[in-house]
Design a binder for this molecule. Sequence first.
Ligand SMILES: [Zn+2]
Length: 185
Amino acid sequence: MTVQPIRLFGDPVLRTPADPVVDFDKELRNLVRDLVETMQDEGGAGLAAPQLGVGLRVFTFDVDDVVGHIVNPVLSFPDEEEQDGPEGCLSIPGIYIDTKRRQNVVANGFNEHGDPIQLVGTGLMSRCVQHETDHLDGVLFLDRLDAASRKDAMKQIRAAEWYDAAKPPLIKESPHGRGIFGLGR
Ligand SMILES: [Zn+2]
């Protein structure tokens, strides 16, 4: 288990939908350990496998001292309540933009051993679960912003020292309608 480098905005792996996990083997458990260790080393609230360059549907979370992981998550929303607040991403360092998400979420999936689990999230945990599940679909929180906020975010990103102009990023429209659903730190 080791801290791994995090892929940054502009890396195509962040725009590639991840594959469902089929084998709940030692390799998966090593991946979960790498995700937890890297997430905690960076002080993040969550980390998805594509951010380490691995195209599998698994993410870890660390919200209000609740640390865990979920494999092959499927989200549902128990109500219509929304939240709005600053959201960031370890793959887009230093950029925080108010992003609308659902206040409550239920994630059904599996643990690293293949046992079914259910994760019920509210507030920041709900934001985290939506943000990380988006990563598994190749979606970034920028995609959830309205046009003005996205323009502001892109301006900040272009000015960021980590930004590589040689790898132009792709912003896509949210398939779910803007600003409803996504994570924070
Ligand atoms: Zn992220």
